[in-house]
Design a binder for this molecule. Structure first.
Ligand code: AOF
Ligand code: ZN
Length: 360
């Protein structure tokens, strides 16, 4: 197999892994393809909720053809006994001749041991193929493992004149239906989604995934709500028994806080209390939330940016202008800090999306 072929098959493993992104709980969403005589004979992606892992599914898909084949995996196969035996052992048992991985697993239970099991069994092992691309796909998991907090992607939609909404509230169409569908997909690929109480009250958003066939892929919904002002009549509260909602209150309780807390809890909302954004992200990380998408508004976006807690940015830009009535975006293309690297631009109908990631 040439290096170019290796890259091509790893690209396919990364591509298919996207199918369950945001759906595998605390587990990374891994992709695996099995290749025999230059042809793909098996595919697997980490199942929803995290088990089974990618490799045993790809091996089952390949059947007897796995013997002597090459397995391409976006993350080092695991070496620990969880609810099922280690994937490294499964690859050995299936008689795979060669294993190519994009990167090693930072989970301390694995971290090199998976590759060790394979090498000890006489399997040819190669690591680092398409590493950068795999890292990007696995970024939420990698950030939680290495930084002990959830990974943050900030989504912003700005008008051509750099506004994200209209003063006084109400939803204003900045982007068209194609971009909005893409945002729903981004929601489905996140483990949780967060807005501030200002946005929750002004826009009354539901924050669910409403794409055909993906309605059961809504993330956990979180509202930064220091004084617990989230209305019991809001769409978020009304749907809290179907798709979970967390209201993040403060430890300092003003008048009526405890009563409002009891009412929210009775409606099915979980209330937690934290003192800062880093503390909140660490707490969400402990809960196993890999990827958090921050959806607004301007104050919340600015707070995450100022705290240095934004790992990636998805900036949507519509062609229309809002004018003097607008709320200025805390961030526009012309004003993105040097700590972010521009990754590329894509088009959705009349709108464009610009992607950035933090350099570190
Ligand atoms: C793989 N293939 O598809 C995934 C892996 O809770 P458990 O037992 O499922 O273990 C979770 C760990 O398994 C996780 O932290 C990561 O190290 C690995 N995930 N490994 O070989 C996969 N999803
Ligand atoms: Zn595994």
């Amino acid at each position: 197999m040439t290096a170019a072929q290796d890259r091509l098959f790893m690209e396919e493993a990364i591509r298919i892994s996207r199918r369950n992104k945001g759906q595998t709980a605390s587990n990374p969403c891994v992709g695996c393809v099995i290749v025999r005589d230059g042809e793909i004979v098996g595919r697997g992606v980490t199942a929803r909720l995290g088990r089974p892992h990618a490799e045993p599914q790809a091996l089952a898909d390949a059947g007897e053809k796995a013997r002597g084949a090459t397995a391409y995996v976006t993350l080092e196969p695991c070496s620990h006994f969880g609810k099922t035996p280690p994937c490294a052992n499964a690859l050995v048992a299936a008689g795979v001749a060669r294993v190519v991985v994009a990167l090693t697993d930072p989970d301390p239970r694995v971290s090199g041991r998976g590759l060790g099991i394979l090498a000890d069994a006489g399997i040819a092992v190669e690591s680092g193929v398409m590493e950068e691309e795999a890292r990007r796909m696995l970024a939420p998991y990698l950030t939680r493992q290495t930084k002990k907090r959830s990974h943050v992607i900030l989504k912003l939609a700005v008008s051509a004149d750099g506004m994200i909404g209209v003063k006084g509230g109400g939803q204003v169409a900045i982007t068209g239906p194609e971009a909005r569908a893409e945002v729903h997909r981004l929601r489905a690929e996140s483990d949780a989604i967060l807005v501030g109480i200002g946005t929750a009250i002004a826009d009354n958003p539901e924050l669910t995934v409403r794409l055909p066939g993906m309605e059961d892929r809504s993330p956990l919904r979180i509202v930064l709500d220091r004084d617990l002002r989230l209305p019991l009549t809001s769409r978020l509260v009304q749907t809290a028994k179907v798709v979970p909602v967390i209201a993040v209150g403060s430890r300092i309780h003003g008048v009526g806080y405890d009563e409002r807390r009891a009412a929210l809890e009775a409606a099915g909302v979980e209330v937690i209390e934290t003192g800062s954004l880093p503390e909140l992200l660490a707490l969400l990380g402990e809960r196993g939330i890999n990827g958090l998408m921050v959806e607004g508004g301007a104050v919340v976006a600015d707070a995450f940016l100022k705290a240095g807690l934004v790992d990636a940015i998805a900036l949507y830009e519509g062609p229309g202008e809002i004018g003097a009535e607008g709320i200025a975006s805390p961030l526009t293309r012309a004003h993105i800090g040097p700590e972010f690297r521009f990754l590329g631009e894509s088009r959705f109908g009349p709108d464009r999306r610009f992607d950035y990631e933090r350099i570190d």
